[in-house]
Design a protein around this ligand. Structure first.
Ligand SMILES: [Zn+2]
Length: 279
């Protein structure tokens, strides 16, 4: 990993730094998305999910063994947030410093019946971490957002209402969000309209025009494993070479499938560099 391409890493450094509220303001998460030592990479969006305690601990160990310098983990449910927070709090300081945690309710798991309880639980957890271990809080709330394609999601208007409620309840503590947006960009922009918030639309895979809309709104764009697919090379090259989008990208694995694949982020960074170079 120490040989990771500098172009991609410097891109991340400029892309994500703008999300960090100056520490002096003390109004937002303490952690930043800055790079690790040397040119080692930061994974700006990933998850720690497992079906059993044993698998959970094995997953955590796989993150620690990987060459990635820092992980911005995001929760999917209140239960996941509490579990990850407890695991991170139990780590020794040196290992703990490699993680930050964003608190959110993923649109795939939204449930109108439990939303209020989960939201209240996340805010309570945020306040507890802010008081006791603020360094563990990531730069954004999340993962939250809208999804019109995944089977079983709530109707879009209900998702919009819950996202509005989530933002209204949390933005005074931190006004940045890691946003999931699948087939719902217009609806997302409608939710964000007139709100004084920022964030990252993670896992972006749209076209240049869509990217420009989001960046004009002050959002960053997460670039994940989809860039590795051989198809759509022309689209990715157009995105990565558009001058208006320079400085808007954050690299991520969106890892959510058990033991962390330690080379994935470096492969994404290398692919980005080769796409940018092949102009
Ligand atoms: Zn995710």
């Amino acid at each position: 990993m120490s040989a990771a391409p500098m172009m991609a890493t410097s891109m991340m450094a400029t892309a994500c730094a703008g999300l960090t509220t100056p520490r002096a303001e003390q109004s937002c998460h303490e952690a930043s998305l800055s790079l690790g030592p040397g040119d080692r990479l930061t994974d700006s969006h990933c998850h720690l999910l497992a079906s059993s305690e044993g698998e959970f601990q094995a997953c955590l160990l796989s993150y620690l063994k990987s060459p990635v310098a820092h992980f911005s983990l995001y929760s999917t449910t209140l239960d996941n947030a509490q579990r990850v927070a407890a695991a991170l709090r139990a780590l020794p300081p040196e290992a703990q410093a490699r993680f930050s945690l964003g608190l959110g309710l993923h649109p795939w798991f939204l449930n109108s019946a439990t939303f209020e309880r989960e939201l209240a639980g996340l805010i309570a957890l945020y306040d507890e971490l802010k008081r006791d271990q603020p360094q563990l809080l990531g730069p954004c709330w999340g993962e939250v957002g809208l999804d019109q394609k995944h089977p079983g999601c709530l109707p879009l208007n209900e998702q919009q209402a819950l996202l509005n409620e989530f933002i209204a309840a949390t933005q005074d503590r931190c006004g940045a969000y890691s946003l999931h947006c699948v087939g719902a960009q217009s609806a997302l922009l409608a939710v964000l309209r007139s709100k004084q918030i920022t964030g990252i639309v993670h896992g972006f895979s749209g076209k240049v025009a869509a990217a420009l809309q989001l960046v004009a709104r002050g959002l960053k764009l997460g670039l994940g494993p989809k860039v590795l697919r051989p198809e759509q090379e022309h689209k990715w090259r157009a995105l990565l070479t558009a001058p208006e989008l320079a400085g808007s990208w954050c690299l991520e694995t969106d890892w959510d499938r058990g033991p962390y694949e330690g080379t994935l982020l470096a492969r994404i960074a290398q692919r980005v560099d080769s796409l940018k170079a092949a102009r």
